[in-house]
Design a protein around this ligand. Sequence first.
Ligand code: MN
Length: 440
Amino acid sequence: MTGWRMLHAADLHLDSPFGGLAGLPNGVRDAIRGSTFRALDNLTALAIRERVRLVVLAGDVYDLEDRSIRAQLKFHDAVERLAEAGIAVCIAHGNHDPLSGRRLPWVPPRGVHEFAADEPETVPLHDAKGRLLAYVHGVSYGNAVVTENLAAKFRVHDRTAANIGVLHANVDGASDHGNYAPAARSQLIASGIDYWALGHIHARQVLNESPHIVYPGNTQGRSMKETGAKGCYVVEFEDARVLDMTFHETDAVRWTTLEVSVEEARTLLDVQELVHRKLDGLRAAAGGKPHVVRLVVRGRTGLHRELKRTSMLDELAAEWNETESEAAERDPGYPFVWIESHRLETRGLIDRAEWIGQDSFIGDMLRIAAEIRKRDDRLSAFADEVTEELLRTRVGRHLLSGQPLSGGGRALTDRDQLAELLARAEDWLLDMLVEGEDRR
Ligand SMILES: [Mn+2]
């Protein structure tokens, strides 16, 4: 029996342009601009440290068809370091880096293979003693728009060794990504491939195990749409069998949304302390990695109106960022936590019992809601009447966005979900109406 390891990464998007950084201080901006390259360095070091036999890269190594020279030089350098360490590298190009793009002349070192376009190629992989470990099958995009089912062309001819499929593809039509090289999961399962090393979808996901169908996600987040840890998988094989796989972080800057509840705060100073503590906590938790943060302050609090009226949160963010920017300026390795944007989503404390007894519009509204809540038939009548319409509106989406409710866009049928939606609608109206009353 032979145990061996493979590193699977995709969507490196080297030299991503990162729009909208113009206003940022140099230290922060430079770290973000350089992050895709730092992630590549982390990946290379990881492969060597983990003694992998093979690195597979499943497309979008570069960010644009018109790949930058800097990106190509850095990538060639990384691949050469891997080859020197005796690691085989197989590269399939995708929609962001098709073979038709502008390329520097480069003769890949021994043990490095770039798959050709259109028809899958098969590369045998051996260990240091010359024993066969695997067949690596893969295909690149010839141009940026490939709508053909490339996965259907993969052929397994020998199952005594591991069969690995390297492909940039949209499996089961994930709607938020371009539908390139569309393939069905069932088809991949039936293919005879033991491990599908996919790229294209930037969110990490394991679609199936034995055979494995895996998107490792991108190696570096590039905006608030790509939050959380980013990296790659190290896969452990025993002969042809996948024993285990472990996710490793490679990102150099982490994008994240930070929600801070200020329900326990009694004063604005408490709010500041809570927010500061959470921001510092981020830095500590990720072992000193810089962060770009979308800050959301929420919770029911007696401070709600004061927070809304004053610019306290704006000032807090500005002061925080100033300190971070100074530190990043002094030390390029400083793990800054940069507040990219902030949002106030607190709500006021409302005495429901007092309002429900009053002869007023608010009182009527609360009594009607209580009546609906009491009986299931009324609740479903309420649902029939409003949800279909409501969920098509901005208000409806707002009400749904607080917590995951399944059935977005469709009528809700589950009783608990309906009750929850009703409660949210009631809270929301109450907040607006009570504030309107108070202001008079
Ligand atoms: Mn991509």
